[in-house]
Design a protein around this ligand. Structure first.
Ligand code: FA5
Length: 353
């Protein structure tokens, strides 16, 4: 066979081989090795080209341009590969022996942590976590709680009303044209009674909504609602449970107080305050006078028991509803002096916990 034809075949083969080998090149280092292996001083193509000099002049004239085209084509293929790999050929490759970059680790939101702790504390004295709707009818949010349609006490809950879907709209008082974003978790009281299982020891933790926003109010917050219904339940039981919770959550040295108050659905009623941890009881921007209100409580009103089909002559009970956010803020040493911080989603704040 003539040398020039043989040479042409070799060039063709080399180009095919290079094109194929290039597809398995995945990183910059491999590409550099590949380039040296074909186009380097002792590379496969360079070695072949060196043999060109031994061909007769006429044959060199034919093979020369083919050899140049092969070289160019391999060089172009390398350049193209470099582009697709996104490397400039100069960037140092990844050193797999260097220590890795640790991905930042998240944690549950502070309110999720607080809810889990609250649930756990109450479960230890037999209160079962339950869930009731966070969008509910006027009946469960107000009517069933001894608040007739025109009762002024409703104004204390700055309620968001939403139009009920057509399928729920009826003239029945319980299912009106409006639904509410529950302004408190007390809507779960009569719903729980309607399950028909006595005694009741529930802890209903969920979202509540009110048209409020300032240092101690947010439009969406959480409450935990306790309800205990049995025979012979007294105010002493209520006080005992509140004290148990305060000691578990805040420690046994923390001061709290029950203040007489009025709720339509409990009688007698109280509000519970905790000594403010921001100012150590001196009075500050958040608490004003050294105590922060955490929630309300009282003995379940007979009309509420009746709404839940429970005989008030046989059964009695207590209920309480506290804000999760404020309760958490008052944990010793946290010094969260504005409730809105909890929902700003500022990682500089959240990562401290
Ligand atoms: C009630 O909501 C009553 N349902 C509590 C209750 C339940 C009384 C059972 C008797 C028996 P009040 O409106 O005071 O009560 O709210 C209770 C707590 O929810 C407040 O003390 C506060 O901790 C929290 N809270 C109320 N509104 C907001 C708000 N906008 N942002 C954050 N927390 C709030």
């Amino acid at each position: 066979m003539r040398y020039d034809i043989q040479m042409q075949n070799l060039l063709k083969k080399l180009q095919e081989e290079a094109t194929h080998a290039l597809t398995s090149v995945k990183i910059a280092d491999e590409l550099r090795v590949f380039e040296v292996a074909y186009l380097g001083r002792k590379g496969k193509l360079t070695e072949l080209l060196k043999q060109l000099g031994s061909l007769p002049i006429e044959q060199r004239k034919t093979v020369g341009p083919i050899a140049n085209a092969t070289k160019q084509s391999i060089a172009d293929a390398i350049a193209h590969r470099r582009e697709t790999l996104g490397v400039d050929g100069k960037t140092p490759s990844v050193d797999v022996t260097l220590p890795g970059i640790r991905p930042s680790e998240g944690h549950l939101h502070l309110m999720t942590q607080a809810i889990a702790e609250i649930e756990d504390i109450f479960s230890r004295i037999g209160f079962n976590r339950v869930r009731h709707p966070e969008v509910d009818t006027d009946w469960y949010a107000f009517g069933s709680l001894n608040m007739p349609a025109d009762h002024p006490a409703r104004d204390e809950w700055e309620t968001f009303f939403v139009t009920a879907p057509k399928t729920l709209q009826t003239t029945n008082y319980k299912l009106q044209t409006h639904l509410v974003l529950t302004p408190h978790t007390s809507n779960g009281q009569v719903r729980e009674m309607e399950r028909g299982k006595l005694p009741i020891r529930m802890i209903n933790i969920g979202k509540s909504y009110r048209r409020q926003s300032d240092i101690s109010h947010v439009p969406m917050f959480h409450q935990f609602e306790g309800l205990y219904i049995d025979t012979n339940v007294t105010i002493a039981h209520l006080k005992g449970v509140i004290e148990y919770f305060v000691h578990q959550f805040f420690g046994s040295n923390r001061s709290y107080r029950l203040r007489p108050y009025h709720f339509q659905f409990t009688e007698p009623s109280f509000e519970i305050d905790i000594s403010c941890d921001i100012c150590a009881g001196k009075g500050c921007r958040l608490c004003k006078e050294g105590w922060l209100e955490l929630g309300g409580a009282g003995m379940v009103h007979p009309n509420v028991l009746k709404a839940g089909k429970i005989d008030p002559k046989k059964y009695s009970g207590f209920a309480f509803g506290w804000g999760v956010e404020r309760t958490y803020m008052m944990k010793e040493g946290l010094k969260i002096d504005d409730i809105r911080l909890l929902y700003k989603n500022d990682l500089r704040f959240l990562e401290q916990f």
